[in-house]
Design a protein around this ligand. Structure first.
Ligand SMILES: NC(=O)c1ccc[n+]([C@@H]2O[C@H](COP(=O)([O-])OP(=O)(O)OC[C@H]3O[C@@H](n4cnc5c(N)ncnc54)[C@H](OP(=O)(O)O)[C@@H]3O)[C@@H](O)[C@H]2O)c1
Length: 267
């Protein structure tokens, strides 16, 4: 049995990860986000009350992080993997216009909550020789205009993965970029990014949506869950890569079977 904790489970990539993971018979999933109504609806859609449990809370609250681990262990008795997925893109603004408090708020979600939850789960992951997957972004390696807060938080996560790899011999830490995914985060970018983003970047994200080129959440979720369930030891330790690269797709084929398809139910 694999017990998988997924943050940001109420919509988008995290929601898709929950359903992907539950398509594997041996996996139990604990989902976390702030929106209890969305998590309750997900539980109903999943229809797996023995294999899916959830907790509604804000991961920037340290007491919530502690509670998440307690509830997960009370329910399933162990923890094998975490997908650190909760995140935000805002503030979208140039550095010259930076509101430092807004950067701090983003870092609370995208980085410090991840650090705190990682710190808390390490004893369980050492026992299970488990895995942590950080949901990264191309922005960790590229200086998009107006994405300074977001990109630097993802670059910091990348360093967290490297440091965890150096420090924790029994835990496999990895980072995966999911591509440009058709979720609410992309809708926020299209709605709020125009004024501050580079016009050609903005246009390319807009066109990707209009021409159906955004990645489907269920496709990158397949890669994230494959890493969480199957990425252990060896070259997976400290792995940083993209959702669609060959090694990840090969692992996903092993974990899910080559032909498995999953059409996501609508919320
Ligand atoms: N979409 C893309 O193109 C893209 C590209 C690269 C990387 N990513 C990364 O993928 C991850 C998921 O993004 P997404 O596109 O699925 O975004 P999304 O649709 O906006 O979903 C974000 C999720 O995070 C949760 N969340 C946000 N703040 C939280 C908090 N303080 N406490 C608990 N949960 C919180 C949200 O739930 P509640 O609001 O219910 O709390 C929601 O479930 C993020 O880390 C993002 O940076 C996305």
């Amino acid at each position: 049995m694999t017990v998988l904790l997924i943050t940001g489970a109420s919509r988008g990539i995290g929601y898709a990860c929950v359903l992907r993971a539950l398509s594997l018979p041996d996996v139990r999933v604990f989902g976390v986000a702030r929106s209890s109504e969305h998590l309750a609806a997900l539980a109903e859609t999943a229809g797996q009350p023995d294999r899916f449990a959830w907790f509604a809370g804000d991961v920037t609250d340290r007491a919530v992080c502690a509670r998440i681990l307690d509830e997960c262990l009370n329910r399933f008795g162990r923890l094998d993997a975490v997908i650190q997925n909760a995140g935000t893109l805002q503030p979208i603004a140039k550095i010259a216009d930076a509101d430092v408090d807004a950067w701090r708020s983003l870092f609370e979600i995208n980085f410090f909550s991840v650090l705190e939850l990682t710190r808390l789960v390490l004893p369980e992951l050492r026992k299970s020789k488990g895995a942590i997957v950080m949901v990264s972004s191309g922005a960790a390696n590229y200086g998009y205009t107006a994405w300074g807060a977001y990109g630097s938080s993802k670059a910091a996560l990348k360093h967290l993965t490297m440091t965890l790899t150096a420090e924790e011999t029994d835990v496999t830490a990895m980072g995966l970029s999911p591509g440009r995914v058709d979720t609410e985060m992309q809708a926020v970018l299209r709605a709020e990014g125009k004024a501050a983003m580079d016009p050609s970047d903005y246009q390319s994200f807009k066109e990707a949506k209009e021409t159906g080129q955004l990645v489907k959440p269920e496709d990158c979720a397949r890669s994230l869950v494959a890493l969480a369930v199957g990425g252990r030891g060896g070259s997976w330790r400290g792995f940083e890569g993209k959702w669609n690269e060959r090694s990840v797709q090969q692992l996903a084929a092993q974990v899910f079977g080559r032909t498995q398809r999953l059409d996501m139910p609508q919320k």
